[in-house]
Design a protein around this ligand. Structure first.
Ligand code: GDP
Length: 507
């Protein structure tokens, strides 16, 4: 049986129109009935706790959510990725949980830095990409300029599937190549409201341009798209609904159904009988008075039923999943069953962690969900020194959630936190205050980066005896080398051939 699931994410640079497109996908897919609802709900939620205020101030989204909609028998699972580059770690992890991506670019701006970064992550994992060139209702670059930039910047074949007829003030609709129909703007707002016309006569130079776009680029090739070598390109306007129907149809028709996932036992096929999955994200309850968390599991195989017992790799004993959550856009609904490709939210009190595998047999471990190397290290100091215990608990919790990494040095009383981006530090301080009532300050640490060290007991002992001042343990008690510089790391790597120094920790 072929799966009717399409699990995907939207990647883009801030402001390209991801939120607007998400809204329109959900509207067109029938999941919500009011435009503006995605943002409005987001804001209501954000108001709830202090740390969320940061994202409000900075106008970014810290939390990833999962939205599901169904259209013509296909179930679309859209995983939202936070757009700000400080949250790359979270974003990267979310991309491990999708089978394909939609890349949104602004017709006037082309490929921007964040788009390129996210694209690279997709490329690493051969995640196929459909390109949506947004805002064609405004003045933008020429079609060739945009298409050639995508092709050159990303080293991809581009295969245009539609073209705007004019842009900005001259915009008169979007031509869909497959049906040879033009989606027309209507009314004062010049939106697409379903009116389509067969392609008529075009003015001379426009006819020539469209002809060149249609004929001058590679034809769509499913194989090349699925292997990440070719991207079909749709032009549209999320704000005015253009191109949204075509995009959904393309995801339905072309985007891969759930793909096998890499594990220590070889790729696990979605057809495998038992339920398996992995946790790609853990999120604390929005309500600071409740310590429970939601772990997001990407289901890899099997048919999940409510109440089913699954064994988390980190725990070793089965847990019963009584109140799983499916993330419908309208409402959270209790899931009764879920299939490969679906995302399940599992409420828990900290037993489930990012990177954990869940399975019925406890015989498989998914691989490839890294912890990213912390690029900024800070000492953490308490305003009230009697709060050590609360601080330790908070740091353990937050590192489990993936907000920070924490290192407990062998010498010295001050703990070290590591993050990938500056913004995470602000989030840390305000969450400590709001949720744990712990006032804390961050101070410069004499370290620049950290490496997890592994090796034989003897080699480890020798190393640690010599380098106590630079040693710490992480939340799991595993040894970490705190380095003063990249040079320091290289020096130790050369000096200690029996040890491995990893920038990331795979669980
Ligand atoms: P995000 O940061 O990528 O989520 O971008 P948003 O969806 O919030 O959009 C950023 C801005 O661009 C907002 O002011 C939108 O109204 C606007 N916008 C989004 N899509 C379009 C479009 O197709 N045409 C025009 N003219 N503006 C758009």
């Amino acid at each position: 049986m072929t799966s009717n699931r399409r699990t995907f994410a939207i990647i883009s640079h801030p402001d390209a129109g991801k939120t607007t497109l998400t809204e329109k996908l959900l509207l067109t897919g029938g999941a919500i009935h009011l435009a503006g609802e995605v943002k409005a709900r987001g804001q209501a939620r954000r108001a709830r706790s202090d740390w969320m205020k940061i994202e409000q101030q900075r106008g970014i989204s810290v939390t990833s959510s999962v939205m599901t909609f169904e259209k013509d028998g296909t179930v679309f699972n859209l995983l939202d990725t936070p757009g700000h580059e400080d949250f790359s770690e979270d974003t990267y992890r979310t991309l491990t949980a999708v089978d394909s991506a939609v890349m949104v670019i602004d017709a006037a701006k082309g490929i921007e830095p964040q788009t390129r970064k996210l694209f690279e992550v997709c490329r690493l994992r051969s995640v196929p990409i459909i390109t949506f060139v947004n805002k064609v209702d405004r003045e933008g670059r020429s079609l060739f300029e945009i298409l050639d930039e995508v092709a050159d910047a990303l080293a991809l074949d581009v295969s245009p599937q539609s073209a705007p007829l004019g842009m900005g003030g001259l915009f008169t609709g979007v031509l869909d190549f497959a049906s040879d129909t033009v989606a027309k703007p209507e009314g004062g707002s010049k939106e697409y409201l379903g009116s389509r016309e067969p392609l008529g006569e075009l003015p001379g130079d426009m006819a020539e341009e469209i002809e060149l776009v249609r004929e001058g680029y590679p034809a769509f090739d499913l194989e090349a798209y699925r292997s990440g070598d070719l991207t079909p390109v749709f032009f549209g306007s999320a704000l005015k609904n253009f191109g949204v129907e075509e995009l959904i149809a393309a995801i339905d028709r072309w985007a891969p159904p759930p793909r096998p996932q890499p594990s220590d036992d070889g790729p696990v096929s979605p057809e495998r009988d038992e339920v398996t999955g992995f946790i790609f994200k853990v999120q604390a309850n929005m309500d600071p008075n409740h310590r429970d968390r939601i772990a997001f599991m990407r289901q890899v195989s099997g048919t999940f039923k409510r109440g089913m017992k699954l064994t988390p790799s980190g725990l070793g004993k089965p847990i019963a999943v009584h109140s799983p959550i499916l993330f419908f856009a309208q409402d959270r609904e209790i899931a009764d069953t879920a299939e490969a490709g679906d995302i399940i939210g599992i409420p828990n009190h900290g037993t489930l962690r990012v990177g954990d595998t869940l399975s019925e047999s406890n015989k498989v471990r998914f691989t490839g969900l890294p912890n990213f190397a912390p690029e900024i290290l800070r000492r953490i100091a308490l305003k009230d020194p009697t709060k050590t215990k609360q601080l330790r608990k908070a740091l353990d919790d937050l590192s489990e959630e993936g907000v920070i990494q924490v290192f407990y040095p062998e010498f010295g009383a001050q703990w070290i936190v590591g993050v990938v981006g500056q913004l995470q530090l602000d989030v840390l301080v305000s969450r400590l205050e709001a949720e744990y009532k712990v006032g804390a300050m961050l101070e410069p640490a004499p370290f620049a980066t950290a490496r997890w060290i592994k090796g034989s007991e003897a080699a480890l002992k020798q190393f640690t005896d010599f380098n106590r001042a630079n040693l710490a343990t992480d939340r799991d008690g595993d040894p970490v080398f705190l380095a003063k510089s990249g040079w320091d790391v290289n020096y130790q790597v050369e000096k200690n051939p029996d040890l491995t120094f990893s920038a990331t920790k795979e669980r």
